[in-house]
Design a protein around this ligand. Structure first.
Ligand code: AMP
Ligand code: GLY
Length: 430
């Protein structure tokens, strides 16, 4: 089978890499892909615009793509799946209506309230004055969110009422354009954040190994929010009993609520959860796609051929698939970013040492890279996701950092504390 992967991040490199390990996959094409996908054997990049649904559809039809896997949320929210399905192509990824679960926080909140899914208490506003009065009445800390897609920047966790009021004002002044015309104000939750990604064909749901991500740029979870600076799987905090609760209290009722709305949801349902100090899982947000960098930490542990799973979702036969098989042990991904990220950053710096890192057994997933005059150079904020496996999370993290030490580019930045919370727990329990 030939497969088309849409996107150009570390997530898409990991997807293409995993798909190519499956016996039935002959070739993967990435649109537009990156320096990592360009270097994978049996993988090619095609420089089409992700917004060019027509061009992508034509390419897929003419070249006999058996499956199209859409990585990022933006094309899903813009209806790429709807368009391609209309061309009788087989697509993994929700339709425009399904993608609202990520593309509109107010819509997702209403769905959760309707289905009694545990989440932070919230109210939705379209007027600045009403939103500010609500914050005044609720007090701080409190969380202010732009309703729509804002590239991970639309959330302010406000420690004070003044900070919340300022965030509301800038959102209604148009900081996020249409995405900020509605604002969701939410109860502040404490606890540990966990990412549970599940595959679904809209009927059956199969959770992947739970992961934890590090969202902030600075060590000790400080500084600005990013797309994610590192991840590991499985997250030890998610015991089998907790996973069972997540499945029955959150994932299954969400799929049922989507069915109630006549939404045929095929793809990844990604629950960003807070595990409260009482041990209860509550939804912080849903995403309609694979996580980045969670995917880089999850897929190296998957034994089941990925193409079969994604195709079974697209063809509504996930219930017929045998249980997922996972390798023992753990995987960890450390993101290397360009100097200045998540603010302005430079591009075009030469990257060396990725071969050495791979010779040590690491997987170097590319995010913001490009091949220019036969040299690998930086081309984005998050540059590489250096990933390793090991018998324990601790061992996987140590291996990933050993590989990071082999890689060099001007201004490279990475957090040195990925997985510290787990590491401490593992070393104190052994
Ligand atoms: P979101 O884009 O909704 O995932 O929010 C980005 C980040 O803001 C999350 O990963 C959390 O760290 C934080 N956050 C969002 N909602 C809440 C909440 N209700 N309570 C505490 N932190 C939150
Ligand atoms: N790493 C979080 C996300 O993919 O949204």
């Amino acid at each position: 089978m030939k497969i088309l992967v849409i996107g150009n991040g570390g997530r898409e490199h990991a997807l293409a890499w995993k798909l190519l390990q499956a016996p039935n996959v002959q070739q993967v094409t990435c649109i537009p892909g990156n320096g990592g996908t360009a270097s994978l054997k049996h993988c090619q990049n095609l420089p089409l615009n992700v917004e060019d649904f027509e061009g992508i559809g034509r390419f897929a039809l003419v070249n006999g793509m058996g499956l199209i896997v859409i990585g990022p949320e933006a094309p899903l929210a813009a209806g790429m799946t709807d368009y391609l399905r209309h061309q009788h192509l087989t697509v993994f990824g929700p339709t425009r209506l399904g993608a609202q679960i990520e593309a509109s926080k107010a819509w997702a909140k209403a769905l959760m309230q309707e289905a009694h899914i545990p989440t932070a208490r919230a109210a939705v506003f379209t007027e600045k004055e009403a939103a500010q009065a609500y914050v005044q009445a609720q007090g701080a800390p409190i969380v202010v969110k732009a309703d729509g897609l804002a590239a991970g920047k639309g959330v302010t966790v406000a420690a004070t009422i003044a900070e919340a009021q300022a965030a509301i004002a800038t959102m209604f002044e148009g900081q996020f354009g249409k995405a900020g015309e509605r604002v969701v104000i939410e109860e502040y939750l404490t606890g540990q954040e966990v990412s549970v990604l599940a595959l679904t064909d809209g009927i059956t749901i199969r959770p992947l190994l739970p992961a934890q991500d590090h969202k902030r740029i600075g060590e000790g979870d400080t500084g600005l929010n990013t797309g994610g600076m590192g991840a590991y799987a499985p997250a030890p905090i998610v015991t089998p009993a907790l996973m069972h609760r997540i499945q029955t209290e959150i994932l299954e009722p969400t799929i049922a609520a989507l069915q109630n709305r006549k939404i045929d949801y095929c793809g990844v349902l990604f629950a960003g959860l807070m595990i409260t100090p009482e041990g209860d899982p509550k939804v912080i947000e849903f995403n309609c796609r694979f996580g980045d960098p969670e995917t880089q930490a999850i897929l190296p542990l998957l034994e089941t051929p990925l193409d079969e799973l994604l195709l079974a979702c697209a063809q509504k036969r996930l219930a017929d698939q045998p249980p997922l098989v996972w390798k023992a042990g753990a995987a960890a991904c450390v993101v290397m970013a360009a100097d200045g990220y998540p603010g302005g950053f430079r591009k075009g710096d030469r990257i060396t040492g990725t071969d050495d890192a791979e010779a040590q057994g690491a997987m170097v997933f590319h995010a913001g890279t490009q091949i220019k005059q036969q040299a690998l150079v930086t081309d984005g904020g998050r540059v590489l996701g250096v990933t390793a496996t090991g018998d324990t999370v601790d061992a996987a993290i140590a291996q990933a950092y050993a590989a990071v030490n082999s890689i060099h580019f001007e201004g490279a930045y990475y957090r040195r504390d990925i997985g510290d919370r787990v590491r401490t727990a593992e070393s104190t329990s052994s």
